[in-house]
Each structure stands twice: as C-alpha cells, then as structure tokens.
Design a protein around this ligand. Structure first.
Ligand code: ADP
Ligand code: MG
Length: 624
C-alpha cells in the first residue's frame, strides 16, 4: 500500500469506530447531528469536495456527485424526520470508500506487476575510461562505443559482442526461459541480462532506438489505444449517470405529486428515500474500472509471454481471428539459408559468391545476410556502389566497377538476361555480371522447429483458414507448405501482389471474422498494416516490422500466435462476464429500489460487492 492508501485506511477505520461508538450513545437532537457529522466528514470529505468541484467545473454527473447527493440527501431526510438516524449515510460513504481503496490497490498492484514484468529499463551503461569502469547515462552513449556489461547487469543498448562469451537471460523480453549463449561477433539485444561473465559490446544503435526503449514505448502507449468495449463503457457512463439522476428526480417527484392529485397522502419521505437509494445503486464504478483493468491485465499477461500487443483494440480484434496469412521467409522458416550448390558458373564458385555477397552488402533481406555469411570474409564496402534493391526480386549494384545483378528470374528478365532454369528444390539466386549470365546459387532455408505445431495449434484455436504467401518459387513454396500442413499457398508474389492477395481475402471473408497477417517486415510491411491485425516476427531484428505491426512476437516463435489468440479470447470473455454481471445486478437492484424493496444498505453492498468481484475477475486476465 502506498501512503495515500494507508491514509484512506486510517480514515475508514476511524470513521467506523466513531460510527459504532455513536450507536451506543444515547444522543439525539442537534448534538447527535454534530457528533454524527464527525465520522461522516472523516470518511467522506474528499468525495464532497470532488462533487462540488465537479459542479463548479460544469462536469456535474460523476460518481462523487451520486454519492454526495445520496448521503447528504439521507442526512437531510433524517434531520427533517427528526429520527437522528445518520448511520446509513455514513455507512454508504464508508463502503464506497472501502470499494475505492480496494480498487486503487488492485489497479496499482496489476500495474506494478506489469511494470515488474517489464522491468527491463537499464539505468546506466558502463564505459571504460583510463582503465576503470564508469557508469554513464545510456542516453549519452554514441553509436559505435564500446560498453562493458558485467554478470548480473542488464545489457543497456543493442550491439555486437567484441570480446567475451556468456549466457544471456532474455526471459523478460521473449518469455523464453532458456538462457541464450553468445560469443564474439554475436548480436545482443538490450533488456537481456548477462548471467555468467563479462562482455564487451560495440553499440549498434542509440539508446532511444534500442530494443528496450522501443518495447517500453509500446507498453506505455498500449493503454491509449482503446477497444470498442472501453469506448462503449465510457460513452455509456456519460449518458448513464445523468439519466439515472433524472430517473431519481422523477422517482422522488412524480408518485407523490400523483398522490396529491388523487387526494391521497403524498408520502414524500418514502419516495425521496427510494430516489436516494436509486442513486447509490446506480453508481457505475464496477464497469468503469473493471473493463480497462481487464484489458490492461490481458496485455500484461501477453507481454509476460513475449507477446507485445500495442493496444486493447488489437486484443479485441485478435480474439475474432479466423484467417491467418503467413509470409514464408523468416516467419515460418528460419531465414538463414545455406548454400546447397552453385551451377553454370562462368567463373570460380568462390568468385561468384563474392560478387553476390558484395552486391547484397546493403540489403537487410535474409537472403542477403545468408550470402554474406557464405562469403565469410569482411565486406569491403568501398568496392560497392550504386546499390538498387528491387523488392521481391533482388538487387543490382556496381562491384569493382562491374554491374552485378543478383536475384530471381524476374530480375534477370527485367535486365534482359535469360536465366538458366534450375531443377534443384530450393531458392535460386541468379547472378548476371555486366549484362551476361554468370550462374546461379542454390540456397535453402529450414522450417522453424515448431512451425508445424504452431499451425496445428492455430487450427485447434478455431482458425478456419491458413494461407501462406511468398515471393519465392512455387516449388519451394509447395514443399514448405506441405511439410507444415498448409493447404493454401500463393507463390512468386511481389510485395504488391501480397497486398492484392490479402485484400481479396479480406473481401471474401464473412462479417465478423478477422484476418491476421504474420510477417517479418521484410518485403511485407505494407501487408502488415493492410490486414485487420498485423503480427510481426523478427521483432529482434526488423524495425519496419515493429513499426507496422499491431502485435509483436518477441522471440519469432510462430507458436505464440495461438497463445496470443487464446489470451485475447480469455480477456474478452472476462470483459463480457463483467459487463453482463455488473449491468445485471445493477438492473435488478434498481428495480428493487424503485419498488421500495431495497434500502441503501443493500444498495451499497451490491455496489461494492459487484465491484470487488469484477476487479478480481479482471485480474484473472493476467494469468494464462
Ligand atoms: P518471402 O515472401 O518468402 O518472404 P520475399 O518477398 O522477401 O520472400 O522475396 C521473394 C524472392 O525475391 C526471393 O525468394 C528471392 O528470389 C528474391 N529476392 C528478394 N530479395 C532479394 C535479395 N536481397 N537478394 C536476392 N534475391 C532476393
Ligand atoms: Mg519476407
């Protein structure tokens, strides 16, 4: 509990003791009024002040107004009737505040547990100066600096290990509990924790651009993207409270006036009391608090699994996913190609790979990275100029002054070279130098270990249609798809062709079904943003993916898509349970209140009870 919450607790206890003590004191008349005012004001003064402030600001109808009117009204009624029974008004305030306290505690707790989960913000970076380690603000570290990360410390900035080897705990980022071992030359991402030995890292990004900062931004902004249910609730509260107040006013006025007209006793007291009870019952706090809390907990639970959801609206969409469209390279496959063969080369095989690797040196495509790895030597970028990447086709660049084109057969035809077809299964990288064909490199990718399981899990989670899109050859596409159990495949698509395909799928689908596209952000960022919900793999690499996607899978594990859908469904189920439960109980109590069958005691118990249950239910969304 924080200080404010402790103060509230003290006020509640003090008011409670005073209220019980007064019940045993035989006081009446003005003295009783003054004495009872003490516990009332002790527990409720802030509510009264807020209600007055609301009236002054012109925002009259809120919970404080309801509570203040109901309790002040009850006290006035007791004064008027001369019963000296003020306990009810105090009790209403008291329980209302108990409810508020509980709620702020629960919200604070779930917020804290999410920030704990996301407790990855590094406070400092170590740099070596004159042989000693100095702690500096990570914001001040320039790209290319050498930083030192000791065992037990967080990696503050993304970079590459220049010396040392160690294992890293990435569980806060990816939900992956196995440590990842890294050595010289490996990439490390900020937010992971160094476990065993000292690492020297050359930073590759600024702190603000590093993974850790990006994730924190996403999480912090997630709550600003509201779901439809949340919108509904806040709109609902805006009309609901004034409507209830008018209802209460009518309840207090109409029946007595009618009685007068009929020549009967108006019975003012009893109708005013019913109206006040009506106000207490109608307090909408259970809904107002539990719906956003459920979404918040759902987002928190997902991030614990390494799934970043950028807003509660996406959680809502995710729960309705019926079609999942996959990109192939880097999404279902590992995106690390091995060279399988080199055919029809007009030069030494090593030379061909060297030309290809150099031409590819500026591309971020997995093919490019794989060719550079196959080349195995440091790339001398001064030999390369005039790079032109034709997305979904390949690259053209000048290497040592010669024009090198490197890509698929579409690229070859584009530059007017007839490629020699290849019968091997695999992705074919044709190379042309100075306008004449120079051979091709056959490379092949491996399917991710649990991709097939992931597809099965999706089917089990109720996804009806699973589609794979790729820019690769049909032969490769078919073999990947059949090994994964995907029956619908479209191959040899350009990036724009992928958009067209997804658009036609979007047109065909039935009303409430939603389409998710899963990609790595390379050659498919437009599709990520065009689909109902874009899920990005390769969050640990591709910036474009993080930008364009609505959901980011931190560990590139396709299995997490089904997990994300399950989490979203559970969260939405909880939201609906709370809406139905809270509105149902309210409606029942309102009816009882209007009929004079419920008093204020029942009203406040119902209100606080519903709220407590709804909040406890909301917190379930945090656990999966
Ligand atoms: P996918 O849809 O499988 O992710 P892409 O759309 O990224 O594939 O690429 C489609 C095809 O375009 C590749 O299979 C390859 O033939 C060619 N290609 C794309 N980028 C490059 C590149 N940088 N170098 C060589 N070939 C490329
Ligand atoms: Mg791709």
């Amino acid at each position: 509990m924080n200080k404010k919450q402790r103060m509230m607790l003290i006020r509640i206890i003090a008011a409670f003791i005073m209220m019980v003590a007064l019940a045993f004191l035989p006081v009446s008349g003005p003295l009783a009024f003054v004495l009872y005012l003490l516990p009332y004001l002790t527990v409720g003064y802030d509510i009264l002040l807020k209600a007055i402030k609301g009236i002054i600001r012109g925002q009259v109808f809120d919970e404080c107004f309801l509570m203040a009117t109901a309790t002040v009204g009850a006290i006035a009624l007791a004064l008027y009737e001369g019963t000296s029974d003020y306990t009810e008004a105090i009790a209403v305030m008291l329980f209302y505040q108990i409810g508020e306290l509980f709620q702020s505690y629960a919200v604070g707790k779930s917020r804290r547990s999410i920030t704990e989960l996301m407790d990855i913000r590094p406070d400092y970076a170590n740099v070596e100066r004159d042989g000693t380690l100095v702690k500096v603000d990570p914001d001040d570290i320039e790209v290319g600096s050498i930083i030192v990360v000791q065992p037990g410390e967080k990696v503050p900035i993304d970079g590459i290990v220049v010396s040392g080897s160690s294992s890293l705990n990435t569980s806060a980022l990816t939900g992956e509990s196995l440590p990842r071992s890294v050595e010289e030359g490996d990439e490390v991402i900020s937010g992971s924790i160094n476990m065993t030995s000292v690492l020297r890292i050359r930073t590759e990004k600024e702190f603000g651009e590093s993974t850790v900062s990006k994730i924190l931004d996403l999480v912090e902004n997630a709550s600003s993207r509201k779901s439809k249910s949340e919108d509904f609730i806040s709109k609902f509260a805006r009309v609901y409270t004034p409507a209830v107040c008018i209802g209460a006013l009518l309840l207090a006025l109409l029946p007595p006036l009618l009685s007068i007209a009929l020549g009967n006793d108006p019975g003012w007291e009893s109708w005013v009391y019913r109206a006040l009870t009506f106000l207490v019952i109608s307090c909408p706090c259970a809904l107002v608090i539990s719906i956003p809390l459920s979404f918040f907990a759902g987002i928190g639970g997902a991030s614990r699994e390494g799934i970043l959801v950028k807003g509660s609206n996406y959680l809502e969409t995710l729960s309705k996913t019926r079609i999942v469209v996959f990109d192939k390279t880097g999404t279902l496959t590992k995106g690390s190609f091995e060279v399988e063969g080199i055919h029809h080369s007009t030069m030494e095989n090593e030379m061909l790979v060297e030309y290809a690797a150099l031409a590819e040196s500026s591309s971020s495509h997995p093919i490019s990275r794989s060719l550079q790895k196959a080349y195995g030597k440091e790339i001398d970028r001064s030999r390369v100029s005039g790079v032109e990447e034709i997305s979904g086709n390949g690259v053209i660049a000048k290497v040592d002054g010669r024009s090198v084109a490197c890509g698929n057969d579409k690229l070859m035809r584009h530059i007017g070279v007839e490629p020699i077809p290849c019968h091997s299964a695999g992705t074919i990288i044709h190379v042309a130098i100075d306008g004449s064909y120079a051979g091709h490199i056959v490379i092949s990718d491996i399917v991710k270990d649990d991709a097939a399981d992931a597809i099965r899990a999706l089917r089990k989670a109720g996804v009806e249609r699973i589609v794979m899109l790729t820019g690769d050859r049909e032969k490769v596409a078919r073999s990947v798809a059949s090994s994964l159990g995907i029956d619908e495949v479209y191959s040899e698509l350009l990036p724009s062709g992928k958009v067209d395909k997804v658009e036609s799928l979007l047109r065909d689908k039935s009303g409430s079904a939603r389409l998710a596209f899963v990609g790595d952000g390379i050659n498919d960022a437009p599709v990520l943003s065009r689909s109902d919900i874009g899920i990005a793999m390769g969050a640990l690499g591709s910036d474009a993916a993080i930008e364009a996607a609505d959901v980011v899978l931190m560990d590139d594990d396709p299995m997490k898509i089904a997990t994300a859908i399950r989490i979203s469904r559970k969260c939405l189920r909880i939201v609906y349970q709370n809406i139905v439960f809270a509105i149902g109980i309210k409606a029942l109590c309102l009816l009882l209140g209007a009929l004079g069958l419920a008093d204020m005691w029942l009203a406040i118990f119902a209100d606080v009870g519903v709220m407590v249950i709804a909040v406890l239910n909301a917190i379930r969304a945090l656990r999966i």
